[in-house]
Design a protein around this ligand. Structure first.
Ligand code: 2BA
Length: 123
């Protein structure tokens, strides 16, 4: 397998899907500790609620510390499914449905090998 090296070190790309309430704290902690990150607006496929995906490109040996920082800054929360709490029956009548609670978070994290890493610019 080809490993892309930055200064002789292999690079990983961390995808961290996190709740919007955790973004500020986590990003400032990561940046304070010298990590670089990109914040993408995303939407969960199941609840269709907004969340945030962070891309963090990092040398392999710094992955563990990044994961620790993510863990320390992302909370578990219980949220209600945002669909309206009723449904329409076969005869047009409203059927009350109890809202469903889901436990969301901390962070869903993928770590992949970066097969290329460069910064392109004109001299
Ligand atoms: P959502 O897909 O909107 O999922 C929100 C929460 O709903 C999940 O929290 C989980 O508690 C629940 N959930 C998701 N799919 C479910 C299902 N098929 N049946 C029952 N409950 C379900 P988390 O697991 O903390 O996930 C938070 C967000 O992270 C997800 O938002 C999604 O955007 C992302 N995510 C989680 N697992 C992923 C995966 N394997 N691949 C890609 N994205 C993922």
């Amino acid at each position: 397998m080809v490993k892309v090296l930055k200064g002789g070190k292999s690079m990983k790309l961390i995808f961290a899907i996190i709740q919007e309430a955790d973004v500020r704290g986590l990003l400032s902690r990561l940046i304070d500790k010298g990590y670089k990150a990109t914040k993408l607006a995303s939407t969960g496929g199941f609840l269709k609620a907004r969340n945030t995906t962070l891309l963090i490109g990092v040398e392999e040996e710094k992955v563990e510390n990044a994961l620790r920082i993510i863990k320390e800054n992302c909370r578990k929360r219980t949220i209600l499914d945002p669909i309206p709490p009723y449904s329409i029956g076969a005869h047009g009548e409203y059927i009350h449905m109890d809202p469903v609670e889901y436990v969301v978070g901390g962070a869903t994290v993928f770590v992949i090998d970066a097969i290329d890493y460069s910064k392109e610019m004109e001299d």
